[in-house]
Design a protein around this ligand. Structure first.
Ligand code: UTP
Length: 303
């Protein structure tokens, strides 16, 4: 390859501007609360979980959000649509702050699209539903179950996008856990390296909920990915795993086995699993304890 070919090749890799947010799962862990209300609309303080995740994507530079949804999740789309009646009523009653809170849910230049997943055939199938909207470009995936609290100037997602731009290779967000918890998560093996302060590390294996591991520590996958466009062709070929679902991690494993490099970016966030009651309550307590209007009340009730 000549230097000119290389420059053309690099120039052809586009910016990460689209994010897929799958919300078509059954949410069984949140029943009965999620029977009629999508679990993604349950609140952390005054906003639904999904709004934080959409804001996280927008703050990282995403300009198009693609929800993978189903018939019982239409309220999620409604949350991001304009509500003329509510706005004019708040205007009339001069409730300025409330008006601002519903008017400015997302900036006007952000495009939101929804695609239906007819049956919950797994996360891999859900992401593949967006393939017609991804044309030879990298994309982000955010799983709204995972709520990331971060006080660093750069969010994990922004860091991942920067790492993608540096390497032109996919990035998966991970955190270190004790290996006794690995049976609950997707985990990755990383290429050992003596270099310090590496921004990301090459992934050498993906394991879905391994029962036992030799090492004391493991790197578990957090629901944030920045993936190259060819991910879609691997998802297209994917077959259901033992549980009948098409798993994203199976396709990611096929990618690294076919020499499409993927890397792990280490998270600097505190992660709350808001697909479980424990995580949702934890996220509420964590945010309320920092909120100027709520912190005194929180001290009172927690004592
Ligand atoms: P989970 O399996 O963690 O969530 O999927 P779930 O199925 O909604 O919840 P439980 O386990 O029954 O409580 C991770 C993400 O993938 C989406 C989910 O909506 C969630 O955001 N998903 C999963 C889909 O969109 N479609 C699927 O077929 C499966």
């Amino acid at each position: 390859m000549t230097l000119l070919d290389w420059k053309i090749d690099m120039a052809e890799i586009k910016n990460v501007t689209k994010a897929i947010i799958p919300v078509a799962g059954l949410g069984t862990r949140m029943l009965p609360a999620s029977k009629a209300i999508p679990k993604e609309l349950l609140p952390i303080l005054d906003k639904p979980i999904i709004q934080y995740v959409v804001e996280e994507a927008i703050n990282a530079g995403i300009s198009q959000i693609i929800f993978i949804t189903n018939d019982s999740k239409e309220a999620i789309e409604k949350h991001f649509e304009k509500n003329f009646f509510l706005e004019s009523s708040l205007k009339k009653t001069k409730k300025k702050k409330l008006l601002e809170s519903v008017k400015g849910i997302i900036p006007e230049n952000i495009k939101i699209t929804s695609i239906k997943q007819k049956k919950p055939l797994g996360l891999g199938n859900a992401i593949y539903r967006a393939s017609d909207f991804i044309s030879n470009e990298p994309f982000a995936v955010l799983l709204p179950d995972e709520f990331l609290l971060n006080n660093k100037p750069l969010s994990d997602l922004k860091n991942m996008i920067n790492n993608f731009n540096l390497s032109k290779e996919g990035q998966v967000l991970v955190e270190k856990i004790s290996s006794k918890f690995s049976k609950n998560y997707g985990v990755v093996d990383l290429l050992k390296s003596r270099k310090h302060n590496q921004k990301f590390k090459k992934i050498t294996n993906f394991k879905e909920k391994p029962k036992s591991l030799k090492s004391k520590e493991a790197y578990r996958i957090i629901g944030r990915y920045v993936l190259p466009s060819e991910t879609m062709s691997f998802l297209k070929k994917a077959r259901p795993s033992k549980d009948g679902e098409i798993q994203l991690t199976d396709s990611l494993l096929s990618m690294i086995n076919s020499e499409v490099n993927l890397n792990a970016t280490l998270s600097s966030s505190k992660v709350y699993d808001c697909g479980s009651f424990k995580g949702l309550i934890g996220a509420n307590i964590a945010l309320a304890s920092k909120d100027p209007k709520m912190k005194r009340y929180m001290k009172e009730i927690l004592n």
